[in-house]
Write a protein that binds this ligand. Structure first.
Ligand SMILES: [Zn+2]
Length: 257
């Protein structure tokens, strides 16, 4: 009897936690994210020119839904697509991993790999700019705030905000677009950028729902990529969850999650 009461209380507490946590997290994330984005916008806008066109917080709609891109620079060298993260603590991450980790004293948080997020943004951009096939796209991940990049394994630049302009300079090769072409692409971006606030709200809601559904899938051991069940596997570094659709799906997640 006591056990049943205990289990019921436990389930109830988990349920309440679930109800309380996501909105709080989302809100602090958004506030911190906005501060970081504002900082990077300021850095980029100082360089704004006819051949260095800066776009901040762009929302575009593609066949797969809508995508929010923190910063886009359209230049004669190509398009720089910048994802901003405003985190404290130590940041660890691998280009190929699903998640990166932030360690802060004793706590460890995981967050979506920003490089993967950025590739999805570039993919969406290519779709709306499909008339311009010769464009070069350069992904850059920028960390603002007092976080420390500890162990980053990536071929895509992952830099602090004060390194951003130098990184852009280092990445660019020879000019491939004329000023007229830059103007055309900038106009196109202006026209596809969704300004209406209802659409933005809808987008935020869709993202929250996606994150929630993903978490639910991970908890109930369903592969968030393909929907097959997750099974325990033995790897070189111990046990982990792997997708039962392997080798077609290579999704994995940590056992303790
Ligand atoms: Zn799978």
């Amino acid at each position: 009897m006591i056990i049943i009461v205990f289990i019921t209380l436990y389930i109830l507490s988990q349920f309440i936690l679930l109800l309380l946590l996501p909105s709080d997290d989302q809100e602090t994330y958004e506030r911190k994210g906005n501060a970081g984005e504002a900082r990077v916008s300021t850095i980029l806008l100082k360089q704004q020119d006819r051949d260095f066109r800066v776009f901040n917080d762009v929302l575009i709609r593609t066949k797969r839904g809508s995508t929010q891109i923190d910063h886009i620079v359209v230049s004669t060298y190509g398009i720089f697509v910048i994802e901003t993260k405003n985190f404290s603590g130590w940041i660890h991450g691998n280009e190929k991993a699903e998640y990166w980790t932030q360690t802060f004293y004793q706590t460890r948080n995981k967050f979506r790999n920003p490089i993967r997020q950025n590739w999805a943004h570039i993919y969406a951009l290519k779709e709306v700019l499909s008339d311009y096939r010769y464009i070069a796209y350069y992904p850059v991940i920028v960390f603002t705030g007092d976080g420390e990049l500890k162990n980053i394994n990536s071929t895509v630049p992952v830099v602090y905000d004060y390194q951003l302009l130098d990184t852009i300079k280092d990445l660019r090769g020879v000019p491939i677009l004329s000023e007229e072409q830059v103007a055309c692409i900038a106009d196109r971006l202006d026209s596809v950028n969704i300004q209406d606030r209802e659409a933005v709200k809808e987008h935020v809601y869709a993202v929250q729902k996606q994150v929630y559904e993903r978490k639910q899938k991970e908890k109930s051991l369903i592969c968030p990529r393909c929907g097959w069940s997750l099974v325990i596997r033995n790897g070189q570094y111990g046990k982990f969850y792997g997708c039962s659709h392997y080798p077609k799906c290579r999704y994995t997640q940590n056992l303790r999650d």
